[in-house]
Structure formats: structure tokens, C-alpha cells
Design a protein around this ligand. Sequence first.
Ligand code: FAD
Ligand code: AMP
Length: 475
Amino acid sequence: MDNRFDVVIIGGGPAGYVAAIRSAQHGLSTACIDAWQNPGGPPAFGGTCLNAGCIPSKALLESSELYHRARNELGNHGIKIAKVSLDLDAMQQRKSTIVQQLTDGIHSLFEANGVRGLHGHGQLLPNNQVQFTPHGGDTELIEGENIILASGSTPIELPSIPFDGKKIVDSWGALEFDEVPQRLGVIGAGVIGLELGSVWHRLGSSVAIVEALDQFLPMVDGQIAREAQRQFKRQGLDIRLGAMVRGTATDKSGLLLQYDDQQGSHEIAVDKVVVAVGRRPYTDGLLDPLAGVELDDRGFIVVDKACRTSAPNVYAVGDVVRGPMLAHKGSEEGIMVADLIAGDRAEVNYDVVPSVIYTAPEIAWVGKTEEELQAAGVACKTGSFSFAASARAKAMDQAAGLTKILASSETDRILGVHIVGPMAGELIGEAVLAMEFQASTEDLQRTIHGHPTLTEAIHEAALAVDRRAIHAINR
Ligand code: FAD
Ligand code: AMP
């Protein structure tokens, strides 16, 4: 093959593959090298997100929520189902089919856009040379006028609780269980721990989520986090805060998860443990020591606002650089870098990156929390609206939660929007757009929202900022 490209990308997850497509759209000759190989399957583009993260987790969250609702909530609608039973094999097969359709889709997009997709390992050498080793093949040298590093992240392992792939698993392992564990321990009540805990809880596991911090979801607005915690407790999710996991032991009842809290030392008998204590940037084997790419003390590739590394014409995007470890953040960085390489102006607005936790109810937010604004001394006004007063949420029988909007007292500009409730992850899109356009709450107040829709909760929360909500008592 011709081994010289305008752009060579190492990593084909949502940061890398999106950068590849955008580069090719600019007419730049582009290669994307990716090492992912699913066990027993062919290599696949899409990285963690498509193969082992966002997509399979959302597939199982959707299926498990439907199962839960069929068993527990459809009766409220007057729908009687004699017996609801679980076919976990079919559920897992559906998930795998979705993953395969989407990863195959990247292949097709690469072909359609003229991206050279290369399955195998890439290592950056000095002077923009890349050593490419195909799976089971011979190493060759590739040269890129520009290089984009997009090698992603990998789960953090607790030294005292090494993964064994069977009883002690990472997030990927927890998406692959072939039977519902009776008792599941989850270490870490972050986004991933809560989502995976919810999947297996809905499918029948007794789930204990053990979290070292005293505060539940510290990155989430306090009022929203408290409401979410209340809802999860009502569902029977056992979330233990201020509980530092120390290790595991085995006795005749099986596996024991050991933790310490203020009261002392405790053990929980479990069948499986999911370790969900965060992810670390993945650069193993990525960089020749002479490549000139600097890492920080936590292992992230150091980049500036435009994602330029310390080496000339070498960029890095996605989970391997600072910022939230989110697929859409990486994709936007990939687009920005491709545009910059093509000579366009581009930037990422890091102030309006949405976050979503796909529990039920969902939690979604963008911008600053009330606590962050208070700490920064920013005078703000707030308006909130409860889904209990939303006609659509009531019709859906999902009326738990609220929408909260924070705006500058001085200018009325929206500074943060926080939602816990039905379809929060979809609703937040309106808030992201409003904030991207630097909207005020008055802009939202004067925007017509369809009736009855969940989006009316955003309208009402905006009105509530000025104590003008229509379907709530303004206090
Ligand atoms: P990755 O997706 O990790 O891709 C990196 C790719 O680079 C991999 O294919 C890897 O094999 C390859 N690679 C690494 N080194 C080399 C090398 N030297 N040579 C060749 N290839 C290499 N984010 C969301 O936004 N929404 C969600 O709902 C969501 N859910 C998640 C659920 C779970 C269970 C997990 C684990 C994560 C979730 N995330 C979610 C996070 C999301 O998956 C990541 O933010 C995203 O995948 C990061 O994209 P990336 O392209 O930077 O890296
Ligand atoms: P996140 O980084 O959002 O994926 O969340 C991971 C969570 O795991 C954080 O809230 C950590 O506080 C928590 N955590 C890390 N180590 C431990 C531990 N040993 N025991 C319990 N929780 C932990």
C-alpha cells in the first residue's frame, strides 16, 4: 500500500473514527489504525464505546428497563401479562447484533469516505513515522504529515481485587454475564457503577453498590443528586456511601466483599463483583520514548486547547487527554482537529458538554451546578419544575424527578440546566443548544414547546426562574 498519508490516526473509537471521517471529508488522505479485537470475533472499529461501553450498556439498560416495567408497571396501564419471563441469551444476542451493526457501519463509512481502515497495533515513532503491526502480520512503517492519537482509556484495576474475568470483572465483563447473578457487588457509585448496577438489579439481582465517598454523585447538582438517590433507594438499590472497599475473601457462602466505613469493617456476601472505580488513559505501547509526546503525572497525553501535543503536527483527542471521558467530547475534539489540519477555524466549547446517566430516572446536565456557582461567588437565580406536574410524564407513568435551571441574576443568561426524570438524556439537548447560543431564560420562556411533551418541563423551569411558572405554585 501507499504508506504516506496526510493524516494517520491511532485509535478507532468515537474520537479517532470521527476524526478519520472528517479528515477524509476535507479531501485529506487518511488512515485509521485500530487494535480492537472482540474475543472470538473479528477485529472491529468503534473502540470502547461501540464494543464495550456506551452501546452495549444502553442496549441492556433498555432491555432490562422493559423487563422491569413489564413485570412491575404495565399493570398500572391496565395491561395484564400472565407471566413475564427472561431470556437472557436472547437479550445478550440482541445487544451483540446492535454492536455488530454499528461497528460494521463504521467499516462502510470508512469505505464510502475513502478512509484506509487498518486493523492492528500502531506505535508513534519520531518524525511522524508510525510502526503498524497488523493482527498476525508483519510490521510496516507508515508516515503521516499529521498524526492524531486517540488510544482511549481502560478500566482501573484495584490492586487488592484483581480482575479474574469470572467473579471479579470490569465493566465489559459485567455486560457479558450469561446468567443473572443472585447477589452482585458493585464497587464505585459513579456513572458506570450506577448504570451496570441498574441493569442487573432490574433483571433480578440483589445489588449492593459500595462507594468510598460520603457524597452521592458529587459532580451532579446537589438537589438533583438527592432526588436521584431517593428514587434509587425506593427501587431497592442498596447504595452504601463512605464505604472504602479493602478486598475480597471467600468462605462457604461464596465471595465476600470487604469494606470499611465509619462504623467499622463489614463484609457483603456476593456471587460476583463489578469493579467500576474509574478509567485511566491508555497509552501502553503507543509511544516510542523518542516520539516527543509528553504525558502528565496521571498518564494523560498533555495537549493545549486545540489538542496539540508537545510533538509537532501530533494531536491527541478523546479519553486519552484531559476533560470528561465521554464519547461525544472525544468526537468533537476529533472534528476540531481534522478541521484545524484542513486549515479551517475550529474549537470545542468545553463549557457546554452534556453529561447523561442512563438510569431510571435518567440524570442529565450541562453547565454549572448551583454549588459551583455559589463557590465561584456568581449571583444566580434558579427555577425548577417537577415532573409530577407534567401531563406527558403522568401519561407515561414516569412522573418522578425535576428540571432545574440556573441563570445569572445580572444578565439572565442560562448557566446550567439539570434534570432527573424521564428521557432526561434527550431533554438536555435543548438546554445544550440554548447554552451554545448563549440564550437567556427569557429566550426559553418565549419559545413555544409542544403540548403535551416532556420539553414543557424545561419551559416551565425557565418560567419558574422568574416565578412565572404556569403549572406550579411559584414561591
Ligand atoms: P476508545 O473508545 O477507548 O477507543 C480507543 C481505541 O483505540 C480502541 O479501539 C483501542 O483498541 C485502540 N487503541 C489503543 N491503543 C492503540 C494502539 N497503540 N494501536 C492501535 N489501536 C489502539 N460515554 C458516553 O459519552 N456515553 C455513554 O453512555 C457511555 N457509556 C459508557 C459505558 C461504559 C460501560 C463504559 C466503559 C464507557 C462509557 N462511556 C460513555 C465512555 C466512552 O466509552 C468513552 O468516553 C469513549 O469510548 C472514548 O472514546 P475514545 O475514542 O477516546 O477511546
Ligand atoms: P467514576 O470515576 O465516575 O467512574 O466513579 C468511580 C467511583 O469509584 C468514584 O466515585 C470513586 O470514589 C469510587 N471508588 C474508587 N475506589 C473505591 C474503593 N476502593 N471502594 C469504593 N469506592 C471506590
